[in-house]
Design a protein around this ligand. Structure first.
Ligand code: ZN
Length: 315
Protein backbone atom coordinates (compact mmCIF):
# COMPACT_ATOMS: atom_id res chain seq x y z
CA UNK A 1 0.00 0.00 0.00
CA UNK A 2 1.51 3.34 -1.00
CA UNK A 3 1.83 6.36 1.25
CA UNK A 4 -1.24 8.54 1.11
CA UNK A 5 -3.53 5.63 0.29
CA UNK A 6 -6.87 5.70 2.09
CA UNK A 7 -6.45 4.18 5.55
CA UNK A 8 -8.89 2.99 8.18
CA UNK A 9 -8.78 4.09 11.80
CA UNK A 10 -8.45 1.89 14.89
CA UNK A 11 -10.92 2.98 17.54
CA UNK A 12 -10.30 1.70 21.08
CA UNK A 13 -13.06 1.66 23.67
CA UNK A 14 -12.77 0.40 27.24
CA UNK A 15 -15.40 -0.66 29.74
CA UNK A 16 -14.20 -0.80 33.35
CA UNK A 17 -14.68 0.58 36.85
CA UNK A 18 -14.19 4.29 37.52
CA UNK A 19 -12.68 3.36 40.86
CA UNK A 20 -11.16 0.41 42.68
CA UNK A 21 -9.79 -0.24 46.17
CA UNK A 22 -6.05 -0.28 46.86
CA UNK A 23 -4.51 -3.64 45.99
CA UNK A 24 -7.78 -4.92 44.50
CA UNK A 25 -8.06 -6.89 41.30
CA UNK A 26 -10.23 -5.37 38.63
CA UNK A 27 -10.71 -5.82 34.92
CA UNK A 28 -10.99 -3.69 31.82
CA UNK A 29 -12.89 -4.96 28.81
CA UNK A 30 -11.15 -3.61 25.74
CA UNK A 31 -12.63 -3.39 22.28
CA UNK A 32 -10.76 -2.25 19.18
CA UNK A 33 -12.81 -1.65 16.12
CA UNK A 34 -12.61 -0.27 12.65
CA UNK A 35 -15.41 2.16 11.80
CA UNK A 36 -15.56 0.52 8.36
CA UNK A 37 -16.41 -2.81 10.00
CA UNK A 38 -13.18 -4.75 9.40
CA UNK A 39 -12.49 -7.85 11.48
CA UNK A 40 -9.63 -6.96 13.85
CA UNK A 41 -9.22 -10.48 15.32
CA UNK A 42 -5.70 -11.17 16.53
CA UNK A 43 -4.57 -7.54 16.48
CA UNK A 44 -2.14 -6.94 19.36
CA UNK A 45 -3.08 -4.37 21.99
CA UNK A 46 -0.73 -3.02 24.59
CA UNK A 47 -1.95 -2.12 28.07
CA UNK A 48 0.41 0.11 30.02
CA UNK A 49 -0.08 0.56 33.76
CA UNK A 50 0.56 3.68 35.86
CA UNK A 51 3.98 2.26 36.76
CA UNK A 52 4.72 2.05 33.01
CA UNK A 53 4.74 -1.72 33.19
CA UNK A 54 3.06 -3.03 30.08
CA UNK A 55 1.38 -6.16 28.90
CA UNK A 56 0.52 -7.08 25.35
CA UNK A 57 -2.69 -8.94 24.69
CA UNK A 58 -4.17 -10.06 21.42
CA UNK A 59 -7.78 -9.46 20.55
CA UNK A 60 -9.65 -12.74 20.34
CA UNK A 61 -11.22 -13.96 17.13
CA UNK A 62 -14.40 -12.21 16.25
CA UNK A 63 -17.54 -14.30 16.51
CA UNK A 64 -18.54 -12.51 13.31
CA UNK A 65 -15.45 -12.71 11.07
CA UNK A 66 -17.19 -10.72 8.34
CA UNK A 67 -17.46 -7.72 10.59
CA UNK A 68 -21.18 -7.18 10.87
CA UNK A 69 -20.81 -4.43 13.45
CA UNK A 70 -19.43 -6.69 16.19
CA UNK A 71 -15.82 -6.27 17.26
CA UNK A 72 -13.62 -8.59 19.32
CA UNK A 73 -13.42 -7.79 23.04
CA UNK A 74 -10.71 -8.76 25.48
CA UNK A 75 -11.03 -8.80 29.25
CA UNK A 76 -7.79 -7.68 30.90
CA UNK A 77 -7.25 -8.46 34.60
CA UNK A 78 -5.34 -5.75 36.48
CA UNK A 79 -4.24 -5.07 40.01
CA UNK A 80 -4.71 -1.68 41.68
CA UNK A 81 -1.67 0.11 43.18
CA UNK A 82 -1.22 -0.02 46.95
CA UNK A 83 -1.43 3.76 47.41
CA UNK A 84 -4.67 5.69 46.86
CA UNK A 85 -4.76 8.28 44.10
CA UNK A 86 -5.79 9.04 40.53
CA UNK A 87 -4.06 6.66 38.13
CA UNK A 88 -4.12 6.26 34.35
CA UNK A 89 -3.82 3.06 32.35
CA UNK A 90 -3.18 3.34 28.61
CA UNK A 91 -4.47 0.99 25.99
CA UNK A 92 -2.81 1.30 22.61
CA UNK A 93 -2.73 -0.43 19.28
CA UNK A 94 0.05 0.02 16.73
CA UNK A 95 -0.71 0.65 13.08
CA UNK A 96 -1.53 -2.67 11.44
CA UNK A 97 -2.79 -4.35 8.31
CA UNK A 98 -6.13 -6.09 8.79
CA UNK A 99 -8.65 -7.36 6.24
CA UNK A 100 -6.42 -6.00 3.51
CA UNK A 101 -6.54 -2.45 4.80
CA UNK A 102 -3.98 -0.28 6.54
CA UNK A 103 -5.30 0.77 10.00
CA UNK A 104 -3.79 3.69 11.85
CA UNK A 105 -2.62 3.45 15.48
CA UNK A 106 -5.10 4.00 18.28
CA UNK A 107 -4.72 4.92 21.93
CA UNK A 108 -7.03 5.48 24.91
CA UNK A 109 -6.35 6.82 28.42
CA UNK A 110 -8.27 4.99 31.13
CA UNK A 111 -8.34 6.96 34.40
CA UNK A 112 -9.19 4.94 37.54
CA UNK A 113 -9.47 6.41 41.02
CA UNK A 114 -7.79 4.12 43.55
CA UNK A 115 -9.39 4.54 46.95
CA UNK A 116 -8.61 3.24 50.46
CA UNK A 117 -10.55 0.26 51.79
CA UNK A 118 -13.72 1.16 53.63
CA UNK A 119 -14.12 0.27 57.29
CA UNK A 120 -17.07 -0.19 59.59
CA UNK A 121 -17.38 -0.10 63.37
CA UNK A 122 -19.36 -2.02 65.95
CA UNK A 123 -19.92 -1.17 69.62
CA UNK A 124 -21.33 -3.80 71.96
CA UNK A 125 -21.44 -5.07 75.56
CA UNK A 126 -22.56 -1.60 76.68
CA UNK A 127 -23.71 -1.99 80.29
CA UNK A 128 -27.08 -0.44 81.14
CA UNK A 129 -27.63 1.44 83.26
CA UNK A 130 -24.29 2.79 84.41
CA UNK A 131 -24.10 4.61 87.74
CA UNK A 132 -22.78 8.19 87.79
CA UNK A 133 -19.03 8.47 88.29
CA UNK A 134 -18.41 4.71 88.14
CA UNK A 135 -15.93 2.99 85.82
CA UNK A 136 -17.32 0.72 83.10
CA UNK A 137 -16.14 -0.91 79.89
CA UNK A 138 -17.47 -1.35 76.36
CA UNK A 139 -16.28 -3.48 73.47
CA UNK A 140 -15.45 -1.86 70.14
CA UNK A 141 -14.57 -3.58 66.89
CA UNK A 142 -13.59 -2.47 63.39
CA UNK A 143 -13.76 -4.35 60.12
CA UNK A 144 -12.16 -3.70 56.77
CA UNK A 145 -14.40 -4.17 53.72
CA UNK A 146 -11.60 -6.33 52.31
CA UNK A 147 -11.15 -8.33 55.53
CA UNK A 148 -7.67 -6.91 56.17
CA UNK A 149 -5.87 -7.43 59.47
CA UNK A 150 -6.53 -4.30 61.56
CA UNK A 151 -4.59 -5.43 64.65
CA UNK A 152 -2.79 -2.56 66.35
CA UNK A 153 -4.89 0.19 64.78
CA UNK A 154 -6.03 2.91 67.16
CA UNK A 155 -9.60 3.54 68.19
CA UNK A 156 -11.09 6.37 70.27
CA UNK A 157 -14.29 7.22 72.10
CA UNK A 158 -15.24 10.91 71.96
CA UNK A 159 -18.03 13.02 73.40
CA UNK A 160 -20.05 15.34 71.11
CA UNK A 161 -17.55 18.15 71.80
CA UNK A 162 -14.81 15.97 70.33
CA UNK A 163 -13.05 15.34 73.64
CA UNK A 164 -11.34 11.92 73.76
CA UNK A 165 -12.82 9.89 76.63
CA UNK A 166 -10.91 6.68 76.01
CA UNK A 167 -8.54 5.20 73.46
CA UNK A 168 -6.98 1.86 72.73
CA UNK A 169 -5.64 -0.37 69.98
CA UNK A 170 -7.36 -3.27 68.26
CA UNK A 171 -6.20 -6.70 69.43
CA UNK A 172 -4.46 -9.41 67.42
CA UNK A 173 -7.34 -11.80 66.88
CA UNK A 174 -10.81 -11.20 65.43
CA UNK A 175 -13.90 -11.50 67.64
CA UNK A 176 -14.89 -15.19 67.85
CA UNK A 177 -17.25 -16.19 65.07
CA UNK A 178 -16.22 -13.31 62.81
CA UNK A 179 -13.63 -13.42 60.07
CA UNK A 180 -12.14 -9.98 60.50
CA UNK A 181 -13.84 -7.95 63.25
CA UNK A 182 -10.78 -6.76 65.18
CA UNK A 183 -11.74 -5.50 68.61
CA UNK A 184 -10.71 -4.21 71.97
CA UNK A 185 -12.26 -3.36 75.32
CA UNK A 186 -12.20 0.31 76.31
CA UNK A 187 -12.49 1.55 79.89
CA UNK A 188 -14.56 4.65 80.56
CA UNK A 189 -15.75 6.67 83.55
CA UNK A 190 -19.44 7.52 83.72
CA UNK A 191 -20.35 11.24 83.75
CA UNK A 192 -21.14 12.80 87.12
CA UNK A 193 -24.73 13.59 86.11
CA UNK A 194 -27.50 11.18 85.23
CA UNK A 195 -28.96 11.24 81.72
CA UNK A 196 -28.77 9.78 78.25
CA UNK A 197 -25.43 10.39 76.56
CA UNK A 198 -24.53 9.97 72.91
CA UNK A 199 -20.86 9.31 72.28
CA UNK A 200 -18.98 8.30 69.17
CA UNK A 201 -16.31 5.76 68.37
CA UNK A 202 -13.72 6.94 65.86
CA UNK A 203 -11.34 4.87 63.80
CA UNK A 204 -8.60 6.68 61.85
CA UNK A 205 -6.10 4.03 60.77
CA UNK A 206 -2.69 5.29 59.67
CA UNK A 207 -0.12 2.49 59.92
CA UNK A 208 -1.77 -0.35 58.04
CA UNK A 209 -0.13 -2.09 55.07
CA UNK A 210 -2.98 -0.95 52.81
CA UNK A 211 -4.67 2.43 53.09
CA UNK A 212 -8.02 2.39 54.90
CA UNK A 213 -10.79 4.97 55.13
CA UNK A 214 -11.59 6.06 58.69
CA UNK A 215 -15.06 5.60 60.11
CA UNK A 216 -17.11 6.62 63.10
CA UNK A 217 -20.19 5.32 64.83
CA UNK A 218 -22.46 6.68 67.55
CA UNK A 219 -23.79 4.87 70.57
CA UNK A 220 -25.97 5.87 73.50
CA UNK A 221 -25.45 5.20 77.15
CA UNK A 222 -27.83 5.62 80.08
CA UNK A 223 -26.28 7.09 83.22
CA UNK A 224 -28.29 6.90 86.45
CA UNK A 225 -27.91 8.10 90.01
CA UNK A 226 -26.69 5.48 92.48
CA UNK A 227 -29.51 3.14 93.49
CA UNK A 228 -30.39 3.84 97.13
CA UNK A 229 -33.66 1.98 97.63
CA UNK A 230 -34.75 -1.61 97.47
CA UNK A 231 -37.87 -2.51 95.48
CA UNK A 232 -39.37 -5.89 96.26
CA UNK A 233 -41.89 -7.16 93.73
CA UNK A 234 -44.05 -10.20 94.40
CA UNK A 235 -45.77 -11.67 91.35
CA UNK A 236 -48.84 -13.83 92.01
CA UNK A 237 -51.39 -15.54 89.80
CA UNK A 238 -54.86 -13.99 89.83
CA UNK A 239 -57.08 -17.01 90.54
CA UNK A 240 -54.82 -19.21 92.65
CA UNK A 241 -52.79 -16.48 94.42
CA UNK A 242 -49.80 -18.76 93.85
CA UNK A 243 -46.34 -17.18 93.30
CA UNK A 244 -45.20 -16.89 89.68
CA UNK A 245 -41.55 -17.79 89.11
CA UNK A 246 -39.33 -16.58 86.24
CA UNK A 247 -41.40 -13.46 85.60
CA UNK A 248 -39.34 -10.60 84.14
CA UNK A 249 -39.54 -7.37 86.12
CA UNK A 250 -38.42 -4.07 84.65
CA UNK A 251 -38.32 -0.77 86.52
CA UNK A 252 -37.12 1.92 84.12
CA UNK A 253 -33.63 0.75 83.16
CA UNK A 254 -33.41 -1.85 85.97
CA UNK A 255 -34.23 -5.50 85.46
CA UNK A 256 -34.75 -8.56 87.63
CA UNK A 257 -36.60 -11.88 87.50
CA UNK A 258 -38.75 -13.57 90.14
CA UNK A 259 -37.46 -16.64 91.93
CA UNK A 260 -39.45 -19.76 92.88
CA UNK A 261 -41.21 -17.87 95.68
CA UNK A 262 -42.42 -15.22 93.21
CA UNK A 263 -40.17 -12.46 94.58
CA UNK A 264 -37.82 -10.20 92.63
CA UNK A 265 -35.62 -7.53 94.15
CA UNK A 266 -33.80 -4.64 92.62
CA UNK A 267 -32.11 -1.46 93.74
CA UNK A 268 -33.07 1.90 92.24
CA UNK A 269 -32.54 5.60 92.89
CA UNK A 270 -35.41 7.86 93.99
CA UNK A 271 -37.85 8.65 91.23
CA UNK A 272 -41.11 7.79 89.46
CA UNK A 273 -41.01 4.75 87.23
CA UNK A 274 -43.13 2.50 85.06
CA UNK A 275 -43.05 -1.01 86.48
CA UNK A 276 -43.42 -3.71 83.82
CA UNK A 277 -43.92 -7.38 84.56
CA UNK A 278 -43.75 -9.95 81.77
CA UNK A 279 -44.33 -13.67 81.86
CA UNK A 280 -45.13 -15.86 78.88
CA UNK A 281 -48.77 -16.98 78.98
CA UNK A 282 -49.89 -14.24 81.37
CA UNK A 283 -51.37 -10.82 81.09
CA UNK A 284 -49.75 -8.36 83.49
CA UNK A 285 -50.75 -4.76 84.25
CA UNK A 286 -48.28 -1.92 83.78
CA UNK A 287 -48.12 0.16 86.93
CA UNK A 288 -46.54 3.44 87.87
CA UNK A 289 -44.56 3.51 91.05
CA UNK A 290 -42.73 6.19 93.04
CA UNK A 291 -39.56 5.13 94.81
CA UNK A 292 -38.71 7.38 97.75
CA UNK A 293 -37.87 4.66 100.27
CA UNK A 294 -37.64 0.87 100.29
CA UNK A 295 -40.88 -0.34 98.69
CA UNK A 296 -42.67 -3.68 98.37
CA UNK A 297 -45.42 -4.22 95.80
CA UNK A 298 -47.51 -7.16 94.67
CA UNK A 299 -48.36 -7.58 90.99
CA UNK A 300 -51.26 -9.84 90.05
CA UNK A 301 -51.02 -11.52 86.66
CA UNK A 302 -53.87 -13.26 84.85
CA UNK A 303 -53.36 -16.41 82.76
CA UNK A 304 -54.14 -15.82 79.08
CA UNK A 305 -56.78 -18.05 77.48
CA UNK A 306 -54.94 -21.08 76.14
CA UNK A 307 -56.94 -21.26 72.94
CA UNK A 308 -55.04 -18.29 71.57
CA UNK A 309 -51.60 -19.68 70.71
CA UNK A 310 -50.49 -16.33 69.31
CA UNK A 311 -51.27 -14.37 72.45
CA UNK A 312 -47.72 -13.88 73.57
CA UNK A 313 -46.81 -12.44 70.18
CA UNK A 314 -49.61 -9.89 70.41
CA UNK A 315 -48.62 -8.25 73.67
ZN1 ZN B 1 -10.85 -1.30 8.57
Amino acid sequence: MSAGAPAHATVITVDGPAEAAVGAEFALTVVASCPAGCDLSGVPLEVTGPDNAGATVKLPSSPFPQGGGETPARRIALKAPLQPGEYVWRVSCAAHESAGWHHGAGQLRVPVRIRPHETSLAVWAIPSPVVTGRPFAIKVGAKSAAGCNLAGAQIEVCNPAGMVLASGVLGDTPWPGTSALYWTELSLIAPAEAGMFSWSVKFAPTDLALAHEGSSSRFSIVIVDPPEHRLTVKVVEQLTALPVADAQVRLGAYRAATGSSGFAELMAPKGAYDLHVWKSGYEAPKTTITIDADVAVEVVVAPLPEEDPDAEWLM
